[in-house]
Ligand binder design. Structure first.
Ligand code: ACM
Ligand code: ZN
Length: 542
């Protein structure tokens, strides 16, 4: 071969490799998909690109979500069509095949055609979210994306590792209105979270309208701060329905939490007869664990709880209701005539068993209405039924014990999942946040919902994991976003991506592209992870 031909071939190889590297660099998807094959060339999005669907009309609904996003960002008039052959097409295809994993999808990008396929609408929705991240970051803005942009040719075959990928928000300690909740759900859906745990009640505020007990919101939804100002708020039942429908369109199930028997002072302020002592109480303005809880010996409490749940059940179509169960002090029960009488009457050993009795009666009621309970891991104390799902927050011990009994488990240990903990040097973080503990981005990334010590035969009981956002020290929408992002991006790779495809170095590179994306979208994320002082603190904490 003469030198000239060798030179041309080497040049061509160089261009091809450079193109592939450029394509690989533009594929910065979070959560990392489980299979990516980089192709050659790119698809050009033009005003003639046709967005189409094949299969049932549900596929058309997902196609419409893409059209709406593109119309907002390009101010073009993309419409959705039933499939016919067209030169430049983005096709959403609902396949008639059985899959075990409802989130599975394929995105196949060729020079003239993009095909997103799945056997479920949910899978198509995730395929859309993946395609969205292959578009320029300006797709998240309004009127800021130019047509003619290139989308790299790739084939992505993807499916989530866990079916439960949760984010929680405490709206009791501080109230966040329905508009913010909808934004929260949008942000979750963008990163393929699918469960929103709505912590609706706690000592410092009751946040949901219950028609039979109007004082719950009239009294229990507001507290008078030391400066004399009343703060608080609540959601009407209509607002709850609106949020639930909104979440459903984004494949997010909502789990409402109604705390019992502890964390209930806001209720007792409204209805003091439900306590052991009879009160009076005010809605507290300080944080902590309170001695006054529901009286577990008083039959009216059980009637009250069931009445409340009877109004909650029709608002939330998902199968789970979270009944709390955490941090319930037994001090009042020990001295309460009614509680002690209940212990004797039901042949219970002690106050731990009284708590179990309480939870069991509520569970029985919920089961009779077709619902299942989730409870914090304290509900294991004193015994649980075989159908309760455990949220393991005091480490993973509770979750491991529950899985070994054959109960379903959601892992949310404080060590890796509490996004109210500070993420940088506390002296440089917003004042007051942090709850005194350090949880940097890097540590979140090491979370594995299935503990190594759990024998493989029990691993199937781990439904997934969840990050929690307790809002004692988080009093604004921006601050919620700051605490959640980018840590939620690290968390979702722990919940979606198979461990062999996780890579923190790659994640760190990708996250910079997502800073730009989140900025366009309007998320007030934190940059603490990039600071030298954070890196120093991580070294010190090792
Ligand atoms: C909790 O953090 N008390 C569940
Ligand atoms: Zn009592």
């Amino acid at each position: 071969m003469n030198k000239f031909i060798i030179l041309i071939i080497s040049g061509l190889i160089y261009v091809l490799v450079a193109e592939q590297i450029a394509a690989a660099n533009s594929v910065q998807i979070i959560p990392q998909p489980n299979e990516i094959i980089i192709g050659e060339g790119s698809f050009t999005l033009s005003k003639n690109t046709r967005i189409m669907f094949l299969g049932q009309k549900e596929a058309g609904k997902i196609a419409k979500i893409l059209a709406e996003l593109l119309n907002k960002s390009t101010e073009n008039g993309f419409k959705v069509y039933k499939f016919t052959d067209a030169k430049s097409t983005i096709l959403f295809q609902l396949e008639k095949k059985l899959t075990i994993n409802p989130g599975a999808y394929t995105v196949n990008i060729k020079k003239r055609k993009i095909i997103i396929s799945s056997s479920t609408s949910q899978g198509l929705f995730y395929g859309f979210q993946t395609l969205r991240q292959l578009l320029p970051a300006t797709v998240e803005g309004k009127g800021s994306m130019a047509l003619g942009c290139e989308i790299p040719c790739v084939t992505i075959k993807d499916a989530p590792r866990y079916g439960y990928r949760g984010l929680h928000l405490d709206v009791s300690r501080h109230f966040f209105d329905k508009y913010f909740i909808m934004k929260y759900i949008d942000m979750m859906a963008m990163y393929k979270y699918n469960k929103f745990h709505w912590h609706l009640t706690d000592d410092q505020g009751w946040r949901v309208e219950i028609k039979k007990y109007p004082l719950l919101t009239k009294v229990g939804a507001f507290r008078v701060e030391s400066n004399g100002n009343s703060t608080g708020g609540f959601y009407t039942q209509d607002e709850i329905k609106e949020v639930v429908a909104y979440a459903r369109e984004r494949f997010v199930d909502i789990i409402p939490e109604i705390e019992m028997p502890g964390h209930s002072v806001a209720v007792l302020a409204a209805y003091p007869d439900l306590s052991c002592s009879g009160g009076p109480f005010t809605v507290p303005t300080n944080w902590g664990i309170f001695y006054d809880v529901f009286c577990a010996g008083n039959d009216s409490v059980y009637h009250f709880m069931k009445d409340v749940l009877a109004e909650i059940i029709p608002l939330f179509p998902y199968k789970y209701i979270h009944i709390g169960g955490d941090e319930c002090k037994k001090t009042r029960w020990k001295r309460c005539v009614k509680c002690q009488q209940k212990i004797r009457q039901e042949g219970l050993k002690d106050e731990q068993e009284l708590q179990s009795y309480f939870i069991h009666s509520i569970e029985e009621y919920l089961q009779s209405k077709g619902k299942e309970i989730i409870g914090w891991d304290e509900i294991l104390e004193g015994g649980i039924s075989s159908t309760a799902t455990i949220m393991s927050w005091r480490g993973t011990k509770g979750g491991i014990a529950a899985a070994q009994k054959g109960n379903w488990v959601i892992m949310t240990p404080g060590s890796h999942c509490y996004f109210n903990y500070y993420q940088g040097n506390p002296l440089e973080e917003p004042q007051g946040v942090g709850n005194g503990r350090f949880l940097p981005l890097q540590k979140v990334y090491t979370f594995d919902p299935t503990p190594k010590e759990l024998a493989p035969e029990y691993a199937k009981f781990i439904l997934g994991g969840q990050a929690n956002v307790w809002s004692e020290h988080i009093d604004s929408n921006d601050l919620v976003e700051y605490m959640v992002f980018p840590r939620a991006l690290a968390m979702i790779e722990c919940l979606w991506t198979q461990p062999q495809h996780k890579n923190y170095q790659l994640f760190e590179q990708k996250i910079h592209a997502h800073y730009i994306r989140m900025n366009q979208y309007g998320i007030s994320f934190s940059r603490s992870a990039d600071k030298e002082s954070t890196k120093k603190k991580i070294m010190e904490s090792k």
